[in-house]
Design a protein around this ligand. Structure first.
Ligand code: APR
Ligand code: ZN
Ligand code: ZN
Length: 366
C-alpha cells in the first residue's frame, strides 16, 4: 500500500477536497498506474452533486493517461513502464452482450476488486470505476490500453471519455463513412469530437449547430464545413437547405448527432435527418426528461434509426491505439481539446470554467 494525494467528493454538493488516500498494491488482474494527466469531465461534477448515486465519498477522475507502476498476479500483456490510457469499460468477454458480439455494450465490465481508502480507512467509490484525479490509482488491468509512448498524455488521456464518446457516436453508432452527410447539434467537447470523427471518416457536409458563436468557431477548426447558429435560425430548415444544396433531393442529413441531451434538441435532430437517416443521442438527458410528443406517423414515415450512443460504442483496445496513431500522424487534433492545463488543486475552479462554457477540457497535469 502507498499514500498519495487525490481529489475526493465527501458530501453531496460540497466542494471537492485534496486529501491523502491509500492505494493498495495490485491484486490479481490489477495494476497501479502513476497518473500523468486527467481531464475534468461533466460526469465528475455529476458525481460531486450526487447525480449518479449516493455512494460518497467518491474519488473523482476518469479521463487519464499514465505509466503502469506495478501489476498484480495473473496480468498478461501489461508491464511496469507501459504508457496507457485508462478506460471505464474493460469488457468481460463472457456476458450476454459480449458473447452476442456487442462487446461495446458489456454488462459486466471489470474494475479493480480492492478499494482505495481514505487515511482513516473509509472506503472510496472510484468514479466510473477508475478514480484518476489522484497521483496514482488502482485499476483492473483491462482498463489500461497501451498506446504510443511518444504521445502527449494530456491529449490522449481525453480518449478515456468525452472525446471517444463523440468520435464513436459519429463513426461507430452513426456509421459515418466517406460521402455521408452529418449534422451535430451541440458543439461542446462531445459534439466537437463527433465533428472531428466525421471529418476523419470523410463525411460531407459536416454541419455544426450551436447557440454559442465561440463553439461554432471551434467546430469549424475541427472540421465542420458549415455552421448554424440555432439561436438565430431554425436549425432544421438550415440543415435541410445545406444538404439539398450538396445532394440534390436530400431532405436532411444522413446522420444527426444530438450532443446536448435535451428533448427539444433531440426533436430537432429527429426532423433534420433525411428519410431513412439516423439520429444518435449522445448528450446525456436528466432522468425527468421525456421523449418529445411526436406523431407516430412521422416515426413510421421517416424510417431509419433512432439510436443512443454510450461511450461512443467504443472498444478501447481497438480504438485507442488507432486514434492515438491518427493523432501522431497529425490527422486528429486531440491537442485542440485541451483548453487549459491545471494543477490538482484547481479542480473546483475547473467546474466553474465548465459552467461558464469556456473550456472544451481542463486537464490536470501531475
Ligand atoms: N441548441 C444547440 N446547442 C445547445 C443548446 C441548444 N438548445 N443548448 C446548449 N447547447 C450547446 C452549448 O452551447 C454547448 O456548446 O451544447 C453544448 C454542450 O456542451 P458541453 O456543456 O460542453 O457538454 P459536453 O461535454 O460536450 O457534453 C455534452 O453529453 O456527456 C454529456 O453531460 C454531458 O449532456 C452533456 C453532453
Ligand atoms: Zn461482457
Ligand atoms: Zn467523462
Amino acid at each position: 500500500m502507498q499514500q498519495v494525494q487525490g481529489v475526493v467528493a465527501r458530501k453531496k454538493g460540497a466542494p471537492v477536497e485534496i486529501v491523502t488516500i491509500n492505494v493498495p498494491d495490485p491484486g490479481p488482474g490489477e495494476a497501479v498506474v502513476k497518473v500523468q494527466s486527467c481531464g475534468v469531465c461533466h460526469t465528475d461534477l455529476h458525481y460531486r452533486d450526487g447525480g449518479i448515486n449516493d455512494d460518497f465519498p467518491f474519488l473523482l477522475g476518469h479521463e487519464a493517461a499514465g505509466i503502469v507502476e506495478s501489476v498484480g498476479p495473473d496480468v498478461r500483456g501489461l508491464a511496469p513502464g507501459d504508457f496507457v490510457v485508462l478506460n471505464w469499460r474493460a469488457v468481460c468477454g463472457q456476458c450476454r452482450a459480449c458473447t452476442r458480439g456487442d462487446l461495446h455494450y458489456c454488462f459486466a465490465t471489470h474494475n479493480a476488486k480492492q478499494k482505495m481508502t481514505l487515511d482513516d480507512g473509509t472506503e472510496l467509490s472510484a468514479a466510473l470505476g477508475i478514480g484518476s484525479l489522484a497521483e496514482k490509482t488502482l485499476v483492473a488491468a483491462g482498463q489500461c490500453t497501451k498506446v504510443d509512448p511518444a504521445a502527449r498524455p494530456a491529449a490522449v488521456g481525453l480518449l478515456g471519455c468525452g472525446v471517444m464518446a463523440g468520435i464513436g457516436a459519429a463513426i461507430h453508432t452513426g456509421g459515418i463513412t466517406r460521402g455521408r452527410s452529418i449534422a451535430v447539434i451541440g458543439c461542446g467537447g462531445v459534439g466537437v469530437a463527433a465533428i472531428a470523427g466525421a471529418a476523419l471518416a470523410g463525411a460531407s457536409p459536416i454541419i455544426a449547430v450551436d447557440i454559442d458563436a465561440k463553439k461554432l468557431a471551434k467546430a469549424k477548426e475541427l472540421g465542420a464545413t458549415h455552421t448554424v447558429d440555432s439561436s438565430k435560425t431554425d436549425p432544421v430548415e438550415e440543415i435541410k437547405r445545406i444538404c439539398a444544396q450538396v445532394y440534390e433531393g436530400a431532405d436532411g442529413a444522413d446522420v444527426v448527432i444530438e450532443a446536448v441531451g435535451r428533448p427539444e434538441t433531440w426533436k430537432q435532430a429527429f426532423y433534420a435527418r433525411d428519410l431513412a437517416g439516423t439520429v444518435v443521442l449522445v448528450g446525456v438527458p436528466t432522468p425527468d426528461m421525456k421523449v418529445p410528443d411526436l406523431p407516430l406517423i412521422d416515426v413510421f414515415g421517416r424510417g431509419g434509426a433512432l439510436k443512443s450512443s454510450w461511450y461512443g460504442d467504443c472498444l478501447p483496445s481497438r480504438d485507442f491505439p488507432m486514434l492515438v496513431d491518427l493523432y501522431r500522424q497529425g490527422r486528429l487534433d486531440l491537442d485542440a481539446f485541451v483548453t487549459e492545463e491545471i494543477a490538482l488543486t484547481d479542480v473546483e475552479a475547473a467546474f466553474d470554467t465548465m459552467h461558464r462554457g469556456d473550456a472544451l477540457r481542463s486537464v490536470v497535469i501531475f
